[in-house]
Every structure is written in structure tokens, then in C-alpha cells.
Design a protein around this ligand. Sequence first.
Ligand code: NAP
Ligand code: MG
Length: 454
Amino acid sequence: MTTYTIISPTTGKPVQELHLADIFETDVIIEKANRAFQSWRLVSPGDRATLLRRFAAIVEEHNEELAQLEVLNSGHTIGNARWEAGNVANVLNYYSAAPERLFGRQIPVPNGIDITFKEPLGVIGIIVPWNFPMPIAGWGFGPALAAGNTVVLKPAEVTPLTAIRLGELALEAGIPEGVFNVIPGKGSIVGERFVTHPAVRKIVFTGSTEVGKHIMQGCANQVKRLTLELGGKSANVIFDDADLEKAAAGAPGAVFDNAGQDCCARSRILVQRSVFDRFMELFEVAVKAFRVEDPALDTAEMGPLITAAHLARVKEYVPSDAPIAFQGSVPAGDGFWFPPTVLMPKSTEDRAYREEVFGPVVSVMAFEDEADAIRLANDSEFGLSGSIWSRDIGRAVRVSRGIEAGNLSVNSNSSVRYWTPFGGYKQSGLGRELGPDALDAFTETKNVFFDTQI
Ligand code: NAP
Ligand code: MG
């Protein structure tokens, strides 16, 4: 029997021992989910909607418990963790309206009637990373269940606690046994099995680009449907006509939130040369004021990194001769802490400038004009999110059309709203989650023609 010991990122101390599923246990649960699909798909739309609303309500009632669990397991700040648990309830509520509105079309054709149906796929395999265990799980299972699919969900090995609790809450809400299944285990075992098991009809994967490519290859064997949400190296583009105070005050949160372990982190700041020095002065004040402390405190803005191994990886991006402009602070004591770090690389070939660090490290670079800003922003294999700061509406429109990324915000750093589509260009992903069209990713369109000539 394989077990895993969960370690608190804040203290470095063990929290809980957990059983990890092997391939046989995984198969049993996948087969159970496949059987449950035969009845779940037939639950009337109104009843399915009611069950999802109940699930949302129970998640809402347990917001504080779920949030505390995430602080313990993942070292998220309590403020973030409450938002994350709230996001699961919001997503469930949003998609609870879907079963009763899963419309097909009636299409005019000669000699008959033509109707399309949106049909569920079957068992959906959701593979979740450790950086946002609750929201990323919910973006998959909310619309998947609403469309009439059943779900097997593998949390990241290091952060399974909230997913396990959500699985229990689903049962409490009356979601039938076998419909929503959480399977803690290793990616190389449980995740791989989702890809190879023929009853799993679709994979929703969020994680590294490297593992995403491997999964994409595996899915090809069965032409298995796939949504990928992968890495990012997003640009925060600040023009000389921007509200510089506001742009500088928001820039630390845009990259250091969740200790930079965010695929949407604006880890490249591009500043127009004429305001570069002024921006850096304001930015330094904001970085030094950014509160890195025990994530359980209401005032915390940043906590520790997820594991000792990840801390070691992040440290490699800041060697002793790194072009450090300035750094924030970290609390004394144990845990996997790294200070907010601002680099001023000379070249765009600098490793920390090009690669996704997934830690609290940001690189700042100057640009000359609008065309230069777009060129620099697009000089990346990724294209997930980004921000544009300017008071000139025409420029903001042009630049937001020019940047190759799935989620941009103008005079704001927010990337995620459950009402709107989320996903990446280029190697940041494939497909979109959330928003009004997410159901398309969890259904097949069936076309039926009725001949009226006989
Ligand atoms: P990861 O190593 O790719 O792991 C993600 C998930 O995949 C984990 O559950 C992992 O299981 C599983 N996995 C690993 N190998 C697998 C395999 N061969 N087959 C099937 N599943 C497998 O990524 P991570 O280290 O957890 O997260 C960091 C990365 O995720 C960053 O690069 C970040 O940009 C990206 N990310 C992207 C988004 C987005 O929305 N675009 C969101 C969050 C994170 P184990 O836990 O057992 O390793
Ligand atoms: Mg990994």
C-alpha cells in the first residue's frame, strides 16, 4: 500500500498520512463512474439542476472549513482560500442553470426536420495541479456534471485534502454515489490510467506544458477529447500615459499572489522607457509593503511555496549574480519561504525572463513604443494572460488585439471570472473553460434528420 505524508508548507511539518490509489483501485472507480453515467444522464434536467444547487449550497456552508484546509495543505493565504472555496460554489451555481438550458437546434432542411442534441460524453477524467486545488477542480466538475457526465478527479499528490472534502460534500448534497469520484494518487499511475482507460472519454488537464504534451500524445491513441490549461509567462504592459500609481500598486499582486504559483502570473513587466525610472520607484515601495507572513493571518498577502523541492527550483532562477533590482522580505522560521524578487535582466534570453518560474520572481524590461511592446509581449512560447495599462482607449484596444493571449485585462490585473471564457494561446493550452460555452467542451453534438416524405 502506498501512502503519502502531507507536509505543511508554512511549517515544513507533517500534517497527515494519506493512502494513494493504485491502478486496480483506479480501474474499479472508473468502472463505477461508468455505471453511474448510465443513470445520471437520465436524471431529468430539473432534478440535476436542483442537485447541483444543493451541492453549491453545502460548499458555501463549508466555506470556512474548506478554506482552513487549503491554508493547512497548500499554504494559501486565508483571504485567497476563502475566495477559492467561494469560487467552487459560484461555478456550481452558474452551471446549475445549464441542464435546463442545454439547447440543441432545429435546422431548416429539405424533405424533413433536422434536430441537434447536446449529449454527455461519459466519464470525464479531471487532473488537477497543486497551485489552485479547489477552483481548477470546480471549473472541470461543475460543467461536466451539469452536462450529464460523471467525473473521476485526481488532485495533485501534494494537495488532495480539499478535493477529498468536496467529494464528501457532493454525497451529502445528494449527488448519487459514483457520479463524482475523487481519487488521490500519483500522476504517473492514476493520471496515466485516465488517459489509457477506454471508459474515460475526455481528459481535462491543468498543469505543466511538459506533462500536457505527454497527455496529448496518449489521448491520440483513442482520439480522446482533451482540454489543456498549461503554463504562462504573461506580460504586464505599462504605457507612459497610464495611471502609474495604480499600475505600480497593483503589480506586486499581479505576480506575487499565491507566491507566484499562478499560471496567470504577470511575471514579465514591460514598461515604456520614458516612465521606467518613475515606475520602478513606485514599484519598489509597493513590493516592500507586500505582506509576506503566516498565511493564516487575515493580513497576509503572500505565503510560502508549496514544497521544499519547488523552493529549490525557484532558487535556481536567482543565482548569486542575478540582476536583482530589489527584494521583499520573508518571515523567520521554518517553511518554504522565498522573498518577492524583482529582476532587471539585460537580455530577453535571460532564463528567468523566458521561462515560467512559478514562484515570486518578476523580470522588468523597458520598451520604446506600441509596436515594441506588442513584439516583446508576444516573444514567448506561452500566451495565457496579461495586462495593459493606458488611458488611451484606442491604444488599449489595439494592444489587446495585438497580444497573442487568451485572457487580457485593461487597467486591471484580474484574469478569472466564472462568467467568461478562460484558456491559452500557443503552448498555454487547448480549448477554453468557464463562461457560457464551457458546456460545448463536455458534450457531443448529435444531428438527427427526420424524413417527412413517407
Ligand atoms: P504537473 O506536474 O504537470 O502536474 C499536474 C497534474 O498532473 C498533477 O495532478 C500531477 O500528478 C499530474 N501528472 C503528472 N504526471 C502525469 C502523467 N504522466 N499523466 C497524468 N497526470 C500526470 O504540474 P504541477 O507541477 O502540479 O503544476 C505546475 C504547473 O502547472 C505550472 O507549469 C503551471 O503553469 C501549470 N498550471 C497551469 C494552469 C492553467 O490554468 N493554465 C493552472 C495551474 C497550473 P502528481 O501530483 O502526482 O504529480
Ligand atoms: Mg509536477
